[in-house]
Design a protein around this ligand. Sequence first.
Ligand code: PLP
Length: 405
Amino acid sequence: MTDLSHLKADFPVLSNGVHFLDSGASSQKPISVLEAMDDFARTSYANVHRGAYKLSVAATDAYEAARERVASFIGASDSGEVIFTRGATTALNMVAFGWGLEHLGPGDRILTTEIEHHANLVPWQMVAKRTGATLDHVPMTDDFRLDLGAYDEKLGPDVRVVAVTGMSNVLGVMPPIRSISDRAHEIGARVVVDAAQLVPHSPVAVATLGADFVAFSSHKMLGPTGIGVLWGRMEALEEMEPFEGGGEMISDVTLQDATWAAIPHRFEAGTPPIIEAVGLHAAIDYLDSIGMEKVLEHDRELTGIALDRLGDVPGLNIQGPTTLEDRGGVISMTLDGVHAHDLATILDEEGVAVRSGHHCAKPLMRRLGVAATARASFYVYNTEEDVDALVGGLRRAGDLFGVGG
Ligand code: PLP
């Protein structure tokens, strides 16, 4: 067992003893991230890419150092391929609107999947309506995987873009992005990966992932809210128009027209999330000090223990694979006859924080035949005791509602 229990002390929020199992929604922040942001704000803060004075130069250096750090973390060869956004949602909208409005039209097909978070579905619906392109989706198999046979059948010359999750925030499954990308590229489609759950929990090297665009959020990987990343292959970024206009993204402006700054600045209109970039940098340093292989292994070990122990809870249904193959540390559950919100409320009384609801994946909820699930998600600071608290809480909820009794 990978013992990371010593890390818990680095996370101030966890000192109150809560069994925090909602990192899939947003993770806690270690002291090093809080201190890096505080220190930067106290000593080096100014707007970036604007001032000639020393403080602004220092702030610009810190902001650009964060870009370099993200690039090295995801194995991007060129830090210019890293665009800072407000989060994964903004990054995905940037591709849908910036790339989609330019390259899609009647007769084109957008291929997404039944297991997507709304963030990689709704922007494509909006763009489909505006461009006249049609939407299609890859279904889920009965064993909670993407149906890759159906994917192959659906791929055709009219498919211009494939939008797929790197890891489902409901099922925990990690679709095989490399082979999905290779097949899409054979027919000339672009591939957009929603990596909001993947990048925080697994080593990712964009070159081997094979996609054209990869989106993720800082707040799910120990960093602050308000900043995320769109990585794009340079040739794909060059096909994209800016999604927002304003300061800092231009080369020249007349009263009638404007030309764009170089990539990545062209896609970062207005004042960017500067303190947040410093926080994300510190979060990546923290994750790297553990090692992403170890982060993945630790999540998997806890997931394995949890799946094993949850299997004995009467009336409990796991909405996702019960084996560890190609799966991360997210477990969605329903308890017979008990609403997910009631379940989460009872667990909360036991000191266990889980998410309940549709998890911004309503089409997937429909496919699963449930209105909502309770979801436990693990991260570096979780321990076997957190799993035991979850299992104990679920048993008590079952007793309370007379499930299986
Ligand atoms: N995609 C997935 C799979 C997610 O889990 C989330 C957040 O829950 C998002 C996208 C959206 O991320 P954000 O709210 O940080 O933009």
